[in-house]
Design a protein around this ligand. Structure first.
Ligand SMILES: Nc1nc2c(ncn2[C@@H]2O[C@H](COP(=O)(O)OP(=O)(O)O)[C@@H](O)[C@H]2O)c(=O)[nH]1
Ligand SMILES: [Mg+2]
Length: 281
C-alpha cells in the first residue's frame, strides 16, 4: 500500500515525459507548445528519422534518455526513473495530446488527487483518433476491467495521465536495468499494455484517481505504432494478469497478517473511488 507524502507542494515542479519513436516532424510542432516546466524528458526508442536532433533543435533544454529495451512501456519506465519533478505528466509526441490540457491535470493533483487520469469518455473529452472498431474494443475492455477489478474507470487504455512522482514505488513497474529477453521480443509490461498496467495498479494501490476530460487529436504525421487486434489482446491479458496479481498480493498479505490487521488489509482491494474534477473542488 502507498505511503502518502503528508505535505505535497502547492507549487510543484513538473516533469513531462515524451516517449518517441520516429516523431521528428511531430516534435517540431508539439515541443514549442509545451509550457515552461522544470524538465521535459524525451525517451527515444532508436528513432531513425532525426527525432533526437529535431528535439534538441526546437527545445534546446530538453533532456534525452535512450530507452533500455523496446516498447512504449519500457520508454515510460525509463522516463519515470529519470524524472526529478514532483509531478509526472505522460505526453505522447504524435500531436494527439493537447499541451493546453496540462494545467487541468496539474490542478487536479494540487487539489488532492494522487493521479489525474485523462478520459476521452468524460463530458468535455473526445477523440478524433478512435475508430469505431477501436472505440468498441476500448469500451469492452474497460467494462471487463471494471467488473474484474471493481473499478469505475471510463477510459482504461488512454495514455494522457499525470501523477505525483511519490506514487511510483506503489506502481512497481519493470526496472529499466533488466535485460531484454534472449532471442528478442518484449518483456511483459514493456509494450502498449503499459497504460492498462498503470490504470490497474493505480486502483490496486488505492490511489485517489480523478478523471480529467481530455480530447485526443489525430496524429499529425506518420502512422500509429499500435495494432488494434494484437495490442487489444495484450490489454485483455493484462487485465487478467493484474487481477491475478491483485489476488496473490491479497492472499500473501492476509496470510502473514494477524487477525486484527486483516480487516485493514482487506481495504486494499476495495473498489477504487473515481471522482470527477468538480467533486474535488
Ligand atoms: N520510445 C518509444 N516510444 C514509442 C514506442 N512505441 C510508441 N512510442 C511513442 O508512444 C507514443 C504513442 O504511440 P502511437 O504509435 O501514437 O500509439 P497510439 O497513440 O496508441 O496510436 C508516440 O509518441 C510514439 O512515438 C517505442 O517502442 N519506444
Ligand atoms: Mg497516438
Amino acid at each position: 500500500m502507498i505511503v502518502r507524502t503528508p505535505l505535497r507542494p502547492a507549487n510543484p515542479t513538473i516533469s513531462i515525459i515524451v516517449p518517441t519513436r520516429n516523431e521528428a516532424k511531430n516534435l517540431e510542432v508539439i515541443l514549442p507548445q509545451l509550457p515552461d516546466v522544470h524538465e521535459v524528458i524525451l525517451v527515444d526508442g532508436n528513432s531513425v528519422d532525426g527525432t533526437v536532433e529535431a528535439a534538441r533543435r526546437v527545445l534546446p533544454g530538453i533532456k534525452i534518455v535512450q530507452q533500455t529495451r523496446t516498447g512504449k512501456g519500457n520508454a515510460l519506465a525509463c522516463g519515470f526513473e529519470a524524472a526529478t519533478g514532483d509531478i509526472i505528466v505522460m505526453f505522447d509526441a504524435d500531436g494527439s495530446a493537447d499541451p493546453a490540457e496540462i494545467p487541468a491535470f496539474v490542478e487536479t493533483l494540487v487539489r488532492g488527487a494522487d493521479v489525474a487520469k485523462g478520459s476521452r469518455f468524460r463530458r468535455g473529452g473526445g477523440s478524433e483518433d478512435l475508430t469505431l472498431f477501436r472505440s468498441g474494443g476500448n469500451l469492452g475492455l474497460n467494462l471487463i476491467c471494471n467488473i474484474l477489478l471493481g473499478t469505475k474507470y471510463s477510459d482504461l487504455c488512454y495514455g494522457y495521465n499525470a501523477f505525483w512522482r511519490d506514487v511510483l514505488p506503489a506502481i512497481d513497474l519493470l526496472d529499466s536495468s533488466l535485460p531484454a529477453p534472449v532471442g528478442g521480443g518484449m518483456l511483459w509490461g514493456d509494450g502498449f499494455e503499459i497504460e492498462t498496467i498503470l490504470t490497474c495498479r493505480f486502483a490496486q494501490a488505492e490511489l485517489r484517481v480523478v478523471e480529467v476530460p481530455s480530447f485526443e487529436k489525430n496524429r499529425i504525421h506518420g502512422e500509429s505504432n499500435l495494432n488494434a487486434i494484437s495490442d487489444g489482446i495484450r490489454v485483455l491479458k493484462t487485465i487478467f494478469d493484474e487481477k491475478r496479481r491483485d489476488n496473490s498480493a491479497y492472499a500473501a498479505a492476509t496470510a502473514s497478517a494477524s487477525a486484527p490487521e486483516r480487516e485493514l488489509i482487506g481495504a486494499v482491494t476495495a473498489p477504487i473511488r473515481i471522482q470527477s474534477d468538480r467533486e474535488l473542488a
